[in-house]
Design a protein around this ligand. Structure first.
Ligand code: SF4
Length: 496
């Protein structure tokens, strides 16, 4: 997968000295199916840019799955949440697009390198990749599902497909034995099918396989499969369970093997920093705060304190602004966090100076002269107009969470981490979240230190009526919270 000839460094093993024979596969054959158990490692060279970009693109999808999973979404809901992301970052078209399939293959293997390092990372990777595998399996046509099984016959040697003729001969028995299981399968996915609809589904869509019954003793006990001549007959839905167990076991074994090869990579100064960064950024992808001009035309020193704008703030920004208004002051950490957030939502430097100057001097708490001498520089600095002239970006959640916790009279940080449970619950109440079960789920997220998941859950609850399934996405940046909230409102107003 990596360039075979690299910079020669004294004392370092160089790849061209290796006696290993270079393997190469016939790509159309290797990528003949959209779904894969990823048995064969990639061998073609890719650039470092592709290495990083492909890994990041796959990671974006796994992060979304992780977030959905933490919020107890069903497989069906996860499918609709990641549909857009998959199309954007990891499409796999039905026609054999080699480039797409290569990206899928390589990105999976790159992330194996990233996630093999600790037990916790391995578990996360296996869990999320298995969900991705299931989502993809469900998106295949029945014909493709069958081809996939055929292709992996060597793994699933005991699987045998029921012919259409056998299916029609045994149809009544197959249907009777699988009806209850299928009914509850659809219910868990949010579809309440009638008896006739389930029957139609079994008739048209279900492929059955037969397996020696000793292979599926756990299913025999549930009485949800048909047994005949020493074989158990399974509908497609249960096949997926068996396939995903196979996928999981295989991946778990392979991750351990990858982990053992990691020391050999330690000497590679091109890849290690990349891999380290990727594993750190599992929950902290940068949201690109590029502003839509249509969304910032009404952002100014006065409007940002109005309810029509501040209702879109996440809890961290609300907390900072409320305390700035109440105390006519914010200490340095708070000024940086709120100042850059406001810059990110479209407050320009002149309006920012007006805003901070008004807040600091209102009620005579400070003279304008003192403000100009002591604080104006700091604001101009945030906008890259002073000092090193860096155009500072708004802080994302992981940056906020990496800063020291706020001391007394400081208000920066993330309220999901820094508030006491009582204070958090009362803040959530004031945002309209009063249902005890919903409050408990948020408090549970906080207990597991999943602060961005708690924040995403709050976003969903407070925008319930506006969110459509496919608009789901994990909140990892205060400006993402703000922008999504405004876009949802705008979408709703347009529809009205
Ligand atoms: Fe702000 Fe992020 Fe905490 Fe939400 S999770 S309150 S956006 S820091």
């Amino acid at each position: 997968m990596f360039r075979q000839v690299k910079r020669r460094t004294a004392g370092r093993r160089n790849f061209e000295e290796s006696n290993n024979k270079k393997l190469d596969y016939d790509l159309p054959k290797l990528y003949s199916c959209r779904l894969s158990f990823y048995d064969l490692p990639p061998t073609r060279e890719i650039t470092l840019e592709e290495f990083e970009k492909w890994a990041i693109d796959r990671l974006k999808i796994l992060i979304e799955i992780e977030s959905c999973n933490a919020r107890s979404k069903s497989l069906k809901e996860i499918e609709s949440s990641i549909r857009g992301l998959l199309l954007k970052y990891l499409p796999l078209s039905e026609n054999q697009n080699i480039e797409e399939r290569m990206k899928d293959h390589y990105s999976h293997y790159i992330l194996r390198l990233v996630f093999c390092r600790t037990e916790e990372l391995r578990k996360k990777f296996i869990k999320n990749e298995t969900i991705l595998f299931k989502v993809r399996y469900n998106s295949l046509q029945p014909r493709e599902q069958q081809e996939f099984i055929e292709l992996n016959k060597y793994k699933l040697s005991s699987w045998e497909y029921v012919t259409p003729q056998e299916k029609s001969e045994l149809f009544d028995k197959l249907f009777a034995s699988s009806y209850l299981m299928l009914k509850s399968h659809f219910l868990s996915g949010g579809e309440n099918l009638t008896y006739d609809e389930v029957k139609q589904h079994v008739l048209i869509k279900e492929n059955f396989i037969k397996l020696p019954f000793e292979k599926i003793t756990n299913l025999v006990g549930t009485r949800s499969i048909y047994l005949h001549n020493g074989y158990g007959y399974l509908p497609t839905s249960l096949q997926l369970n068996l396939l995903s167990i196979e996928f999981q076991e295989n991946l778990s074994l392979q991750l351990m093997k990858t982990f053992q090869t990691i020391p050999r990579l330690e000497e590679d100064d091109r890849l290690l920093p990349l891999l380290n960064n990727l594993s750190k950024s599992f929950s902290s992808f940068k949201y690109d705060t590029e502003m839509d001009p249509a969304l910032i035309s009404d952002i100014n020193a006065t409007s940002i304190t109005s309810n029509s704008i501040s209702k879109h703030f996440p809890l961290c920004a609300k907390h900072l602004q409320n305390n700035l208004i109440a105390n006519s002051h914010l200490k340095y950490g708070g000024r940086q966090q709120l100042g850059l957030f406001l810059k990110g939502i479209g407050l320009n430097v002149d309006e920012a100076i007006k805003y901070w100057s008004h807040q600091f001097t209102k009620g005579g708490s400070m003279t304008v002269d003192t403000f100009n001498k002591e604080y104006k520089y700091n604001i101009r600095h945030q906008y890259g107009l002073e000092g090193a002239r860096i155009n500072y970006k708004p802080w994302d959640c992981s940056t906020i969470l990496s800063k020291p916790r706020p001391n007394k009279n400081e208000y920066h940080g993330c309220p999901y981490r820094d508030f006491s449970i009582d204070k958090l619950v009362s803040s959530l109440n004031s945002m309209g979240i009063n249902d005890q079960q919903e409050l408990n789920s948020i408090v549970d997220d906080v207990g597991r230190h999943d602060y961005t998941i708690a924040c995403t859950r709050v976003f969903e609850l407070t925008h319930k009526s506006q969110i459509k399934n496919s608009q789901d996405s994990h909140i990892n940046h205060p400006n993402l919270y703000f922008d999504r909230s405004r876009l949802l409102e705008r979408g709703q107003n347009k529809e009205a």
